[in-house]
Design a protein around this ligand. Structure first.
Ligand code: NAD
Ligand code: ZN
Length: 245
């Protein structure tokens, strides 16, 4: 379904005069790069649902199983490259005075595309964190099929992501809330808007008076109250919106 030109224009006009812009992205923005979404095809692995593996309890029960899953997911993502939607947000950042990108994605494609002010509120699949000494660092080269050991203390490493049932880093979440509360326009791109608290940031922006624009393939719980809902592929809609067409 193609979004209506008049709706794109309304959103583009608000974007062009906004001093502060915040963007919230989810797995849908990376779908055209070939990264599977949790709720689309390719979400299942060895008959496990993500909600059964991405939890502290699953890791405590069977760290090797959880690492095998992350190893598989890292393999799926490793060769994926940013798409035109990621690139459009880099262009938007270069233009806006005050720009914050808040992503629920752990794939690292926004930083790879060149986004500077990017809050990875759910962490990164390329980061590890030590269960013993607490250190967190980037580690791309490990053979993660077996549970890896900390390079500092030898302790068990966990993936550097936020799992279901865990709290977000309060400093990172605080920055995201601040950006959502102070922006004039918020773009909400490729998120099903069901995983909280990140999903609630769109409502935070709306309540603080922002003009909220949603870009998604299909309606979401946010569609009923956003100012403009653009149905279509992020990689097609976002470049048009940012380019002002
Ligand atoms: P989700 O899988 O729940 O929803 C994806 C949304 O994107 C859907 O609403 C779908 O309609 C939309 N979508 C799919 N293709 C699109 C396209 N080409 N253009 C525009 N929209 C498109 O994802 P979520 O809301 O991000 O929540 C899932 C959680 O899982 C997140 O918290 C995230 O941390 C994690 N996750 C991350 C990745 C990643 O890093 N790429 C992938 C899967 C899951
Ligand atoms: Zn350690």
């Amino acid at each position: 379904m193609e979004p209506q030109p008049s709706q794109i224009q309304r959103a583009a006009e608000r974007l062009a005069v906004a001093d502060a812009v915040a963007v919230l992205t989810g797995a849908g923005i990376s779908a055209e790069s070939g990264v599977p979404t949790f709720r689309g095809q390719g979400g299942l692995w060895e008959n496990h649902r993500p909600e059964e593996l991405a939890t502290p309890a699953a890791f405590a029960r069977d760290p090797a199983l959880v690492w095998r899953w992350y190893h598989w997911r890292r393999g799926l993502i490793a060769d994926c490259r940013p798409n035109p939607a990621h690139a459009a947000l880099v262009d938007l950042e270069a233009r806006a005075h005050n720009f914050t990108l808040i992503t629920q994605n752990v794939d690292g494609l926004h930083p790879l595309a060149g986004s500077g002010n990017c809050l990875e509120v759910h962490g990164s699949i390329w980061a590890v964190q030590c269960m013993a000494c607490g250190r967190r660092y980037e580690e791309r080269s490990l053979d993660l099929a077996a549970p890896p050991a900390c390079k500092w203390c030898g302790g068990l490493l966990r993936p550097g992501v936020v799992w279901f049932g865990e709290s977000l880093d309060p400093v990172v979440l605080g920055r995201a809330v601040e950006a959502a509360s102070s922006c004039q326009v918020m773009l909400v791109v490729g998120t099903s808007a069901v995983v909280h608290p990140a999903a609630g940031l769109a409502m935070t922006a709306k309540e603080a008076g922002a003009f909220v624009v949603e870009i998604n393939l299909e309606p979401t719980p946010n569609s009923a109250w956003v100012d403009v809902s653009l149905m279509g592929k992020a990689g097609e809609v976002l470049p048009g919106l940012v380019g002002g067409s």
